[in-house]
Design a protein around this ligand. Structure first.
Ligand SMILES: Cc1cc2nc3c(=O)[nH]c(=O)nc-3n(C[C@H](O)[C@H](O)[C@H](O)COP(=O)(O)O)c2cc1C
Length: 173
């Protein structure tokens, strides 16, 4: 799969097979997460990684009902931001850095044939506070995105064309 195919064939996957994800693939996914740009190269992201069913279940419960896909996932990655490392402590930058890390991991997984879904955490305080409590995180470490990974039950893959000409404003709005 080339880079453009990896991007255009990505879709949210919420049902996973029993096949385990290898440690090598997990490292590749995390490396992709740590390879995005960050404001002033501050790299404020941290990753809580688990393959344990019991912990996946606890994360799913803490992150709320829309996080059910984690219950059957083979890998969960919680992308956290360290606000002490955000660009000059300015609000907004660490979140952008974490979002790029999350999307990079989703795309890397897709290139490996591994499906994933982003389960929203930040900016919902009830969700990120529950996850902070679950993992006894310091107040400066904020759970940002909860990602569920696994091999898709449905193996069909297609290149989607989501281009909308109305969204493109050439030279002026
Ligand atoms: C910030 C964010 C939060 C999301 N939260 C959830 C969620 O809680 N549960 C879920 O099943 N999907 C969630 N999604 C996935 C979206 O529903 C999905 O990306 C969207 O419907 C488009 O479908 P696609 O990813 O297959 O293109 C989230 C996606 C983003 C970017």
């Amino acid at each position: 799969m080339n880079g453009i195919e990896t991007i255009l064939s990505r879709k949210s996957v919420r049902e996973f097979s029993d096949r385990e994800i290898s440690k090598a693939d997990i490292k590749t996914i995390l490396t992709a997460g740590m390879s995005g740009p960050t404001a002033v190269n501050m790299r404020p992201f941290e990753f809580i990684v688990t393959q344990k069913t019991s912990i996946l279940k606890k994360i799913s419960e803490a992150n709320g009902p829309y996080s059910a896909p984690l219950m059957k996932a083979k890998l969960g990655i919680l992308v956290c931001g360290d606000t002490d490392k955000g660009y000059l402590g300015k609000e907004g930058y660490w979140q952008i850095d974490c979002a790029i890390a999350a999307q990079n991991m989703i795309l890397a997984a897709n290139a490996l044939g591994i499906g994933s879904v982003w389960l929203g955490t930040y900016p919902e305080k009830a969700k990120y506070s529950a996850l902070q409590k679950l993992f006894s995180l310091k107040s400066n470490v904020i759970p940002f995105a909860t990602l569920a990974f696994g091999y898709p039950l449905d193996n069909t893959s297609e290149i989607r064309d989501l281009y909308e000409v109305e969204k493109v404003h050439t030279d002026k709005w």
